[in-house]
Design a binder for this molecule. Sequence first.
Ligand SMILES: [Zn+2]
Length: 370
Amino acid sequence: MKRFWKFFVFLALFSQSGELLAEQHVRIAVGRFQAQIHIQGKDLKIQPMDLPAFTAANELKCTPASKGFRCGGKLLLTNKLRVSSAGRLKLNNHEYRRELELISRTHKNKEEVLVVHPIPLEEYLVGIVSSEVPSSWPLEALKAQAIAARTFALWKKYERIDLPYHMESTVLDQVYSGASREFDSARKAVRQTYGEILTHRHRPIHAYFHSTCGKQTESAEEGWGMSLSYLPGSKCPNCKVSDRHGWSTQIPQTQIDQAFKSLLGEKVKEIKILSRSKSGRMKKVALIGRNKKKTVTGVDIRRMLGYSKLRSTLVTEMAKNSKGFVFKGRGSGHGVGMCQWGAKGMADLGRSAEEILSHYYPKTRVRRMY
Ligand SMILES: [Zn+2]
């Protein structure tokens, strides 16, 4: 209920004409550790919650401990540490500005340390646009990406307002690689769209996007059973230049059997596509063994085989050979919302960021949030 009220207050403020909000911040999960965490940075300041602060010259090594952390031989009985530096903080070959939070928690019966990076939304977006699409793309495509990513981040923030973080730093949400991956063209796109988000009936939309649709994007209804009128699926003739437009992959029989072992309980003899969505993506698929048969969704098949193995559910041909199964298909990603390569194609043809966005997210408008 608490979460609902926060979101409600936000929407009420935002819906009032001309009312601008304060600049937003977001919290990004940048790591999870069950063993040692190694943070490097100049003149580190460590502030454990409810305990005295201390400093470390160039590095901090901590391990999860029961009800806290063990840092440099010291046991700290607290569930949160703030690590800050006037310079950059380095963790897992990524760099971050200002501050990282280490949160001690039990997750799936294991003690772990969750590392969260709090960051102003506009600064985060420069990193997102730099990581999600090539910096050499036309400015209007980068601006469309910035607006979509800002909208996505804001929606996630209010959906997870009471959680320790709002977004993952991986393809599960949006790919964020830290402060060392920031390009001037992305900075320009974010600056030129400052505070702009996509709205439908005064609300920020679920601004999904993906790499390459392969001819037509998927409706949210058919892809995920979400009834969202601004994600109806759009024709996309402009992503042909993507190297992911058409693909073929051989998956060995052993990997197929392993992937579906818990579901079918025996070797997979045949995989049959039973139905397809309007855009041609697999909807229902039958897994057939010697004695058993199971029906699953196309989305499940892709998740079980691995997102990198099966690039999309738009499988156009499937055949069995002596080594296993060969899948031929088009596109990369879930196919819902803006096709990034299609957006690039539209920008190459002279379309503006707003035209690109209204093509992939019809019935929406761009509004300035702050
Ligand atoms: Zn496309």
